[in-house]
Design a protein around this ligand. Structure first.
Ligand code: ADP
Length: 267
């Protein structure tokens, strides 16, 4: 697979140079869905091996503007995967208890245990995104967090957690359409918050905050991927590929039997 969604650590990127509508030469939805279905089967098998092995874990972080498809990606990529083998956590506004600790406290507690594939829907990055854009803390508080996040992610990777971070990149116009659909479609209304419109008014500030987070926290240990997400099928395909490649590289194996089972017959 080509690695066009990744960029070199140390290289500074501009989000405006990445086309959210890119489909990477994949012809159409049908072609993508075939590859996704085949990919999910392999992901299911590899995740089960990882679970049986119980030595290492994978953490997939999903970040993106409202409607970029964090929930939809999880639904598509994890459907068909044994629920025993994965853990999905969504991070909302911190509770008072969480606010009484450092910002990584709730994150660390949610890191997948050995053997699991964990998926974060939002993450530690909210603390340099929404916190920055909405001025929930001064710059003297949020800016040092890039370094803290890098150190935290290094700690995790050195303790057998492989981290993959996906920024689901949508255009402002695509977000407009998706928000409108949430208002118009009675089955989608439950997802709509008036606050989403307030966030949309800060679109440029969020793009800047994302760009900085991507540039500051794109390490060799925990790289960012910029996932073109205007086409849902391409977004799902890219994340499927990334997860499949990560698990393939880990190459998990079923552990040997705990005892010598040679010749034992169950009566
Ligand atoms: P969704 O992720 O589906 O949009 P919600 O509508 O419940 O779910 O939104 C979660 C909200 O929690 C988002 O507005 C997000 O910015 C906010 N949030 C998450 N983490 C933090 C944080 N550390 N500080 C402040 N707000 C946060």
């Amino acid at each position: 697979m080509s690695d066009s969604t990744r960029f070199k650590p140390g290289k500074s990127i501009k989000l405006a140079d990445y086309d959210p509508a890119d489909t990477g030469g994949v012809k159409n939805k049908g072609a993508a869905e075939e590859e996704i279905a085949a990919g999910i089967e392999k992901i299911a098998d590899l995740s089960f091996r990882l679970y049986a092995e119980a030595r290492r874990s994978v953490l997939l972080i999903l970040q993106g503007m409202d409607t970029s498809g964090k929930d939809g990606t999880i639904r598509h990529v994890m459907t068909g995967v044994n629920p025993l083998t994965c853990e999905i956590v969504a991070f909302k506004e911190p509770t008072t208890e969480e606010l009484d600790h450092d910002f990584l406290w709730r994150i660390h507690r949610a890191v997948p245990r050995r053997g699991k594939v964990g998926i974060f829907n939002r993450s530690q990055y909210e603390d340099v995104l929404v916190v920055r854009v909405k001025h929930l803390a001064p710059e003297s508080v949020w800016r040092p967090r890039y370094g803290m996040i890098n150190a935290f992610e290094k700690l995790l990777t050195q303790n057998d957690t492989t981290i993959v971070k996906c920024f689901l990149h949508i255009s402002k116009d695509e977000q407009r359409k998706r928000l409108q659909a949430r208002i118009d479609d009675p089955h989608k209304r439950w997802k709509f918050n008036l606050g989403d419109l307030a966030d949309r008014r800060h679109w440029d500030d969020y793009q800047q905050a994302y760009e900085d987070a991507l540039n500051e926290c794109n390490t060799a240990e925990a790289p960012w991927h910029i996932v073109p997400s205007d086409k849902k099928w391409y977004r799902n395909l890219v994340v499927t590929r990334i997860l499949l490649r990560t698990l393939t590289e880990l190459d998990p194996h079923f552990p040997p039997a705990k005892e010598n089972l040679e010749g034992i017959v169950v009566e």
